[in-house]
Write a protein that binds this ligand. Sequence first.
Ligand SMILES: [Fe+2]
Ligand SMILES: [Fe+2]
Length: 571
Amino acid sequence: MKNFILLAVFLMLASCGGGGNDSATGSGTAPPIAVSTPPGAPTISAVQASDGAATFTVTSSASGVTTYAVNCTAGNVNRSASAGTSSVRVTGLTNGATYSCSATVTNSAGSSNPSTAVNVTPVGATTAAFRGDVILGSPSNDSIKVNVFSSTQSGSITIAYGTISGQPDRQTASATLQAGKPYEFTLTNLAANSRYFYRLQFTAADGSSSGSTDETSFQTARPAGSTFVFAIQGDSHPERERTTFNPELYRRTIAAAAADQPDFYILMGDDFSIDQFDPASITQPLVESRYTLQRPYLGIIGKQAPLFLLNGNHEQAARYLLDGTPNNPAVWAQNSRNSLYSQPAPDDFYSGNTEPVTHVGLLRNYFAWTWGDALFVVIDPYWASPVAVDNIFGGGARRGSLWDVTHGNTQYLWLKNTLEKSTAKYKFVFAHHVMGTGRGGIELAGLYEWGGKNPNGTTDFSTRRPTWGNPIHQLMVANKVKIFFQGHDHIWVRQQLDGVTYQTLPQPADPNYAFDNEAAYLSGDKFPNSGYTRVTVSPGGVKVEYVRMYLPADEGPGKASGSVAFAYTLP
Ligand SMILES: [Fe+2]
Ligand SMILES: [Fe+2]
């Protein structure tokens, strides 16, 4: 990262719109002039982006202008400011996100129409001293984890934070960061339902650099009755760079999601695939490299929105690979997940898996929490199963019957208890896929542990899972789960079954914009890659939006990054 402020400003100015510029601008001291008509639309004649802000020069030929205003939008977020002079500074912007900004002017007769919009991308002085990233995790009503990582730098680090922007009143003890090793701070004694602002302060061990990162903020747990946004991405598959993954598109998608200022960001799995490694030569550093590969991308949003990870089939964090030693892909994968991404363990805010695994400890692979009016439940189809649920690491014939794979009695009973005891207005369940394998949504929901039936329609669930009572789908129906979210199929599909919405999520960074597995979905609202999903939870309902993202060269009529391809609201 360079040692100066990077400016990325893209102007799309109207061709000399607004007429002549014959009156002095910026004369904020002049008294209002009585006029009979509102001013014509002004122009934005200059814009300078900076760290989390942008300053606009608004030009108007009208007389008697008293107020200059600028409104910037990115996704569903608006930021605006006004001034008595032609220089208007808009703050509270997310670095790296592209905003569409337009200006209006006002005189005694009224306000103008908006100017032609200009695009602005603020990029701050992030990490002038620190070449690494910060990823938040496990937010609660009174704490959060701050996970710091640099592949190249060692030094001392502290977090300065507080509830007022620019005025940190608390600071962690200094810690030692070693290059290539994550360090996890826990900020405690935070106030619930509050926004905290923080900076990482870094001093290189060799004295070569010292300084603070940009100020960033996060949110502690919301009470019932709140309105908030969370965002979700499907299978990113960065290991497929030559085929279905584009780094620039991934950065654009994540930055757009960050601009929505979600309270957290959920990854649906298949983000850390190790399947391309040879089982004969795979090592712990190779597995961990899949997790460090994602840090620069996920740091774009993870510094402000805590990340929750779901286990995918390609992560191979699964019991069937355990061999009693610390040296196997399952142990390496789970330890990489938990050390580089601070996932929740059961405490007074989260419930989850309490069974430690030798050489790992607590898996942190399934967990639940309540935020505002919503219960969030993440389940894991892979860890508990004694046989591979989907593809076998290194290849080989897949398991026979899907009755041989299982979510496990313990996870099932936890899920049942979690859903039954929650009084949340909305309940969301997240898994990489129905049963962790196959293609489709409600097409598979009647089968095996999920729906109780065999493929031929017969039912022997009560002998297959004698202690369960209900299959998973019926459990969700009985407990009024609002939406079940899944990934794996690389397509955006909205379906419904027995009152439960089945929402399948697309890839965030597929430059082919493929319509994968479309034939497997026999019904529903279907859209191809790429993009992310924005969910707004409010007392009046849950709004789900598929936000499409494109590479700049692929944008055009009907193909605008940030446009909503499909939206629905559930009461
Ligand atoms: Fe998958
Ligand atoms: Fe996938």
